[in-house]
Design a protein around this ligand. Structure first.
Ligand code: HEC
Ligand code: HEC
Length: 196
């Protein structure tokens, strides 16, 4: 899926973000600069609403606190008695239901568990990048597993098909920003973004 390659590639860039002792500072600066485009995806409303600070999911493009006193709960699936699955089913409701319906995915709608919350909201690129690569914070994932997750997890893919009345992750905006970064002469790999 092309759109998920958008996320995948700069994650690899992020893996080279540590300064090598002999290298100049610029490769690190470049990796962080291209990671800015990943940050735009991670902090877009569709992703960040499930990766909030604190223990309540967010809603809408403005990221308002989720209604109905919904909280993360012990496994990320909500408080006992008010699980996400009470309202969020296995797929998005049909468009005929209109806007503001609870979206759904086949693997079960939820937040990351309290042990590794994977906060994306309000973090700088360097902090986000470090968090993604740290197995203690990312749920014990190697970089390869992380890339696999980002390219194939139904929760991530949902963000490109979020259902009626919701804007998907702004892939085109990211593409344009990337080109802008490229024009300023930084090393930004471009091919996987071509058809975004
Ligand atoms: C419905 C909520 C939801 C949405 C929407 C969502 N995520 Fe997640 N995300 C999760 C959960 C739950 C986990 C923890 C998965 C686990 O531990 O198995 C997670 C974990 C992650 C991780 C860490 C790796 C991992 O497997 O734990 C990354 C990276 C990630 N998400 C990226 C994204 C991106 C990028 C988007 C938007 C394109 C997104 N997520 C949208 C719920 C969501
Ligand atoms: C009582 C019903 C109910 C429960 C329980 C519930 N939700 Fe929701 N949720 C909704 C509704 C309705 C919407 C759509 C709101 C809208 O679009 O204005 C929604 C929207 C969302 C969104 C926003 C999607 C987006 O990007 O626009 C997220 C994220 C979310 N819920 C996460 C969760 C999580 C995680 C849980 C469990 C911890 C949960 N919800 C439990 C009803 C519920």
């Amino acid at each position: 899926m092309k759109s998920s390659a958008l996320v995948l590639l700069p994650l690899l860039g992020c893996s080279h973000a540590e300064p090598a002792p002999t290298a100049e500072a610029s490769p690190t600066a470049n990796a962080i600069a291209s990671f800015e485009t990943v940050r735009a995806v991670l902090q877009s409303p569709r992703c960040v609403n499930c990766h909030p600070q604190g223990d309540q999911p967010l809603q809408g493009d403005e990221g308002r606190i989720h209604g109905q006193f919904v909280v993360r709960g012990p496994e990320g699936r909500g408080a006992p008695g008010l699980h996400c699955a009470t309202c969020h089913r296995q797929a998005n409701p049909p468009a005929s239901y209109g806007a503001h319906m609870p979206p759904g995915v086949s693997t079960g709608w939820r937040l990351p568990p309290p042990e590794h919350k994977m906060v994306f909201a309000n973090l700088s690129s360097s902090v986000l990048c470090a968090q993604l690569k740290d197995p203690k914070q990312n749920g014990g994932k190697t970089l390869a597993e992380l890339v696999h997750h980002v390219s194939s997890d139904p929760l991530v893919l949902w963000a490109w098909s979020p259902g009626y009345g919701r804007a998907p992750v702004p892939a085109r905006g990211v593409h344009a920003r990337l080109k802008g970064v490229g024009r300023r002469g930084r090393s930004v790999p471009s091919s996987p973004y071509g058809a975004a």
